[in-house]
Structure formats: C-alpha cells, structure tokens
Ligand binder design. Structure first.
Ligand SMILES: *Cc1c(COP(=O)(O)O)cnc(C)c1O
Length: 453
C-alpha cells in the first residue's frame, strides 16, 4: 500500500501525528488528502467525492466553504483579526453574547469565551467549584458524571468522562469523580419503552446524590444524546427530573451541549425539550458552523455575582486562553446564527429529520445485524449487534464499524463509526436526494461487509 501513496500522503506520515488514531492503521489506510469542500461534499487530490455524513466531527452545519460564512470571515479578517480580550472588547463579541443570551434557555445571562469544547468544560467545572468556595461551601469539591459520558480530552474533562477507551490509561492523573449509572435505553435494565418511559433509571443518580451531595459541586451531563459513547439517546423526562434533583440537593447542573447544541436534536438546544435551564451551558462544535475553534460557557447572574467584588477580595475568575473572544470566530458565529434565522433552519431540520428517519427505518430495521435504528433531530444511529435477540454486541477487537467505514470510504461516503455504531450527523444543507444516497451507500457498505464476513 505504501508504494501507492501520493507525495502528500508520504510527507504527511513523515511528520504528522493524527488525532484519535493508531498511526499504524495508516499503513493500510493512508490519510486522505482533501483538496476542497463544497456543501456536504469533500474532494480528495484525485477529485474523488465524499459525502461528509459526520459533518467533519460534528462541527459543520451549513456545508463546506459556505458562501455567506466565508464572506463574513474574509470581511472580518480585513477589519480586525484579533485583540486581547481582557480590558478590551469588539463589536462581534458584544453582538454574539447578546444573541447567545437571547437564544439559550432562561436565566443564562453571562457568556464566558473559550476556544474548544474541552476548555469550555474546564471553565464550567472551575467556575462551579469556585462559586461554592466563595459561597462558604468549601466541601463542595467533587463532580458527578454519568457512565458513558464524554466531555473532551483535557484532564479535567477526561475526569468527568466515562468512556474507558479514552480515560482508562490516564486514571491515575484524574480527579476523583462520583459516577452514576446513566440511561441505557437500547439495553434498558428496567425494560421500559422509551415512548412511555418514566425514567426509573434516574434513581441511580438520586442514590449518588443522597450519599454525596454535601461534597458535590456539580453534575455534568450531555443532554438527550451521549454522543461519543455511540449516540446513546434518552428521553427529555430524564433531564427534567435531573434538574429537580439538582435543586433539591443544591448541586449545579452543567449541560454539555457541545455536540447537541445548535439544532442537532431538532430544537436549538437540547435542554429546551425538557423545558429546563442549567446553571452552566457549554457550547462549541456547531457554534462556528465548522469554520474555526471557539467555545462559550453561559451561566446565571447568581453565579456571576458570587465572583463580583472589590479586587482585594480575590474573588475574580482568573482563567483565560490566548485566543479568547477572537473577532474572526465571533463574526463567523454571528453569521451562523443569522443563517439559522434567515433560512428557517429549525423548520428544515424538522422536515429533513422526519424524512431521514422514515427512510432509515425502512432500510435498516429488517437487517439481521441491525439491533436498532434510533434518531433524535438530525442525528441518526445504527447499532450493529451480533445477535438481534440478545442484543449481544460484536466484540470490539473485530472492529466491525471500522471495516464498514473502509468499505464506505471506497464508495465516497465518510461515516467514521463509534465502535459498532454507525451514525449520520450530516450538515443541515443536505437535500432529500442526498439523504437517499447517503442511506443507500451505507446500506451497501453494511451488506457487502456481512456478505464477505
Ligand atoms: C466534542 C465534545 C467535547 C470536546 O470538544 P473539543 O472541541 O473536541 O475539545 C465535549 N463534550 C462533548 C459532548 C463533545 O461531543
């Protein structure tokens, strides 16, 4: 395979260490050199076309090289590219903070800027801890997180993560997090059907709260979809009850909407479906439509006020990143939010989501190795199982998802499964015809794999 590599592929492998990859895998499957992107398509150096069914790691909303966003970015680049954000500000940041406060659930009035999802999590954890310290609750030093949670890769974020694949090696370095069994609808221990479910599994969280609330600063959760764990979906009722428990036990709720924010679940933010507002909301990924790294943490006046005092009290939140509040990213994010309004994107998501669901169910549910097709908004997932009756998973060493990924790539479809779960998280600009093609190619790839297996 090495000999068939292009010049750029060889030179890439001389020096580049790719994320979340066993680099030895690149011997068989060298990095695909992408030359340009347009809409839902990526084009490699041989002009081969790929449908970007995963929105390039869940960030792209309105297609690659989007006309409006590119123009806004270029315009801003000639105006002001960056300025220190302590003691200074600029119009794009002001407009963006106003817009975010207006769009997010009630009570979130303050916006803190960071530059990727993981650092937003760090900010929320640190703010929650320092809040309690300054409110004379110095014992509240720990966090509660769910099994199968994913909140990013920095040490604080990994500490509240529950996916062994990512955090097991680093366990000696991580914070001592309280862990509660999270919802598991596909393999529900209570045998509930999600449509009528009263979320009895919330009792796992309640038990931990009863036991640990005095030492707990916050609960962190991915609303409606535990994405990195394999697009595990659960009903809004769970969030509603969780919010009530947080109030009862005086523990903050951190909503990590890094993956699900900005329309992915069918509403602008997933929390809306439960009618709740958290104490902290972390946003990133879709915020800049896949253009530039940025994240924000929104919080309440109550939290903000606990830090607001004379300088000598040393109550300030002394956290910063060099690129905090970067004007280019703010301007791009503003354009993204304008597109949501101008093009009635949430209505489009509703319609395209319904179409995708109907077609996907028809296509996949009869397949002998498809345990379930599930969907929330514009996130669809196919869970492959070894045995449909018992829901026994394929052993991870078989790398079933990865094999199907390789077949799909040949067909011009970028899927990148999570273990045995294939998923669709396409840019919202995808058309119904393109949904047909995406689902058809996926179906072919699955069938070819199992025909040859
Ligand atoms: C991706 C993700 C993160 C981390 O964001 P990065 O920008 O990759 O650091 C945090 N939480 C959730 C739910 C995510 O999906």
């Amino acid at each position: 395979m090495i000999s068939t590599m292009s010049d750029l592929q060889k030179r890439d492998l001389n020096h580049v260490w790719h994320p979340c990859s066993q680099m030895k895998d690149y011997e068989d499957l060298p990095p695909i050199v992408i030359k340009k992107g347009k809409g839902i398509y990526l084009y490699d150096e041989n002009d081969k076309e790929y449908i970007d069914a995963v929105s390039s790691w869940w960030v792209n909303l309105f297609g690659h090289s989007n006309e409006r966003i590119s123009k806004a970015l270029a315009d801003q680049a000639f105006q002001l590219e960056h300025v220190i954000f302590a003691n200074f500000t600029h119009e794009p940041a002001v407009l963006l903070s106003e817009k975010l406060v207006q769009l997010t659930p009630y009570g979130l009035h303050k916006v803190f800027f960071a530059d990727n999802g993981s650092s937003a999590i760090e900010v929320a954890l640190k703010m929650s801890f320092q809040y309690h310290l300054q409110k004379n609750k110095p014992k509240k030093t720990r966090f509660l997180a769910l099994t199968d949670a994913y909140h990013g890769e920095t040490l604080g974020a990994l500490s509240v993560g529950g996916v062994d694949l990512y955090n097991k090696v680093f366990r000696p370095l991580l914070l001592d997090t309280v862990r509660a069994q999270g919802p598991n609808c596909f393999r529900c221990p209570f045998n509930e059907r999600s449509e009528s479910c009263n979320v009895p599994c919330i009792s796992y969280v309640e038990e931990k709260l009863k036991e640990h609330h005095q030492e707990l600063s916050a609960i962190i959760i991915e609303p409606l979809i535990q994405a990195a764990a394999g697009m595990k979906m659960y009903p809004p009722g769970y969030l509603k009850q969780l919010k009530e428990l947080c109030e009862k036990y005086d523990v903050h709720l951190i909503a990590d909407e890094v993956a699900v924010g900005f329309g992915r679940t069918g509403t602008m933010f997933a929390c809306e479906q439960a009618g709740i507002s958290p104490d902290f909301m972390c946003l990133s990924k879709g915020l800049t439509g896949g253009y530039l790294p940025m994240s924000v943490v929104l919080t309440t006046d109550e939290v903000y006020d606990a830090f607001y005092d004379d300088y000598e009290t040393m109550k300030a939140f002394l956290h910063s990143h060099s690129y905090t509040g970067n004007p280019l990213t703010c301007r791009v994010a503003l354009e993204v939010l304008k597109i949501f309004e101008d093009e009635k994107v949430l209505d489009q998501i509703k319609e395209k989501g319904a179409y995708m669901r109907e077609l996907a169910i028809r296509t996949f549910e009869g397949h002998p190795f498809v345990g379930e097709y599930r969907q929330t908004g514009m996130v669809g997932a196919i869970e492959l199982v070894k045995d449909k009756e018992t829901k026994e998973p394929f052993p991870s060493k078989d790398r079933v998802g990865y094999q199907i990924y390789k077949i799909a790539l040949e067909k011009g479809l970028l899927l990148r499964p999570l273990g045995n779960i294939l998923y669709f998280m396409p840019p919202y600009v995808i058309t119904k015809d393109e949904i047909n093609i995406m689902i058809e190619k996926t179906n072919e790839a699955i069938r070819e794999f199992f025909a040859n297996d």
